[in-house]
Design a protein around this ligand. Structure first.
Ligand code: UDX
Length: 470
């Protein structure tokens, strides 16, 4: 009798239930499946329902018999735009509900390897003693990861907690960022004091990354090489395989955009973009979590209108808490907004950024958005909201020279000035550096490029683990 063929490697993938995390870890999944890996993808009931309603993910993945969603019920499903609400999900709900489930899956489902979102520290504890190697996938940039990683050193050097209120003071104790990092560019949680629970949680879990078998990052060497070499001293086994969305297209796994939107996309804006001249439109979006006060909204609105550029603006239903239909468009801005603006609740962002009419992106610099802008060579105006976005926007301006950072202010005159600076005064300079970086991004995911090779290596290493455990 022929011996039973070895079963294919089985990978358990678990993202934090939030748009930016689910999106990039689904993209990772779509890159791994064609290699013959079996994948169980853990997802909250709410996100599963939204993906089913707003995307084609089920039909895209149905051709892989080894794929299944495992739906988790009973998780906190509210917003996560403040420390308290984030804690409710990260520190309370997720570990309580999923630890027993993870133990069962890891012990009973012949899992070869567990790719956990690196923000979910309890995943390491849940896997302890099961013999299943844990790989951490961080959805943030290498520069944000490294800034988090160095926080204990900043406490030792006395940089943290901040003494006084000057956020422009230099931080010279994060290696590789000595020349340009200011207090205001550190992850936002650093502003809230050492006893803040989110600060402690994110710091502790990041520092535990070397305990994982490997670290997978959605970035590429030409973008973050110098910072990656600092991380590598602590986490020798790193796979940089991004930008994931471009990687999927480069391998012809998906010709069109693989949308993983948890909100309903309004595609009418593509028709609106079609009516505009190349590189004339400012695209504005603050991602899936950021919120604005009504005052901030009004300042942005005046600044956009006064810049006199056509603008496509994503105003999510929950972007501003006190926005009702009656006072949606401020009356003094109604005429200009009608003439030059297009407002949507959620855009097909990857397709928007690919559109020739888009000339710049006013963004919160969430890491997915930043990479999507980089790949399409679209210069940025940065307005980071929280967490990793503060270091990202500093890198956009000071290191990659891909735009300007207006963090911590949204005064209408500043909005107008910076938009004009990026789209008129220094247009060619920013377009040139954006074009250069876009080329490097695309090369990295093409055959022979660094991210392409690293993905092949990741797949081979998972297959080797499977042979060893069979
Ligand atoms: C946040 C973080 O800042 C991010 O860096 C982290 O990795 C995850 O949490 P988020 O606010 O969701 O993420 O921003 P971002 O990472 O940019 O992800 C948003 C995603 O939603 C992008 O892929 C973007 O294309 C998509 N999007 C956004 C749309 O499809 N339509 C929109 O209208 C807005």
């Amino acid at each position: 009798m022929d011996p039973k063929p070895p079963s294919p490697p089985h990978v358990l993938i678990f993202p934090c239930p939030a748009q930016g995390h689910v999106n990039s870890m689904l993209k990772l999944t779509e890159l791994l499946l064609p290699a013959g890996l079996h994948i169980t993808f853990l997802i909250s009931a709410k996100d599963h329902d939204r993906l089913s309603r707003f995307t084609t993910v089920h039909s895209r993945l149905s051709s892989y018999p080894g794929f299944r969603f495992h739906v988790i019920h009973g998780l906190y499903e509210g917003p996560i735009d403040t420390d308290e609400k984030l804690n409710l999900m990260l520190i309370d709900s997720l570990p309580k509900v999923t630890t027993p489930l993870l133990r069962n899956l890891l012990l009973d489902s012949q899992v070869t390897c567990f790719i956990a979102d690196g923000i979910l520290g309890f995943a390491l504890d849940a896997a302890a003693g099961t013999g299943v190697p844990v790989m951490f996938f961080r959805t943030v940039s290498a520069c944000a990861f490294w800034a988090y990683f160095c926080i204990p050193d900043l406490i030792n050097s006395g940089d943290l907690p901040f003494q006084g209120t000057n956020l422009d003071e230099r931080i010279v104790n994060v290696k590789g960022m000595e020349g340009f990092l200011r207090r205001r560019d550190l992850p936002s949680f650093c502003r809230s004091g050492l006893s803040n629970t989110t600060f402690q949680e994110v710091t502790n879990i990041t520092r535990r990354t070397p305990d994982a078998h490997a670290l997978i990052l959605n970035t590429f060497e030409d973008l973050e090489g110098p910072i990656l070499s600092h991380i590598q001293k602590h986490c020798p086994n790193i796979y940089t395989i991004g930008p994931l969305h471009a990687h999927l297209k480069a391998r012809s796994i998906s010709k069109s955009t693989s949308s993983n939107s948890l909100f309903q996309e309004d595609r009418t804006c593509i028709g609106w973009l079609d009516q505009h001249a190349p590189k004339s439109v400012l695209y504005v979006s603050f991602g899936s979590i950021a919120t604005l006060t009504r005052d901030q909204l009004i300042e942005f609105w005046h600044g956009l209108v006064n810049s006199e550029k056509p603008f496509l603006w994503v105003i999510r239903e929950d972007l501003v808490s006190s926005l009702d239909d009656e006072n949606k468009v401020p009356s003094e801005l109604e005429k200009d907004t009608k003439e030059r603006g297009c407002l949507v609740g959620w855009a097909p962002q990857e397709d928007v950024l690919t559109h020739s009419a888009v000339g710049a992106f006013l963004t919160h610099n969430g890491w997915n958005s930043t990479l999507e802008s980089i790949v399409e060579g679209v210069p940025m105006v940065s307005w980071p909201f929280f967490a990793d976005q503060q270091p990202n926007s500093r890198f956009v301006e000071a290191v990659w020279k891909l735009g300007l950072d207006m963090k911590d202010t949204c005064d209408r005159r500043i909005v107008e000035k910076i938009v004009k600076e990026v789209m008129e005064v220094r247009k060619e300079e920013f377009e040139e550096s954006a074009r250069r970086m876009a080329k490097l991004a695309k090369e990295s995911v093409s055959s022979g490029g660094s991210s392409y090779r690293n993905l092949d290596r990741l797949i081979e290493d998972i297959k080797k683990m499977s042979t060893q455990s069979n």
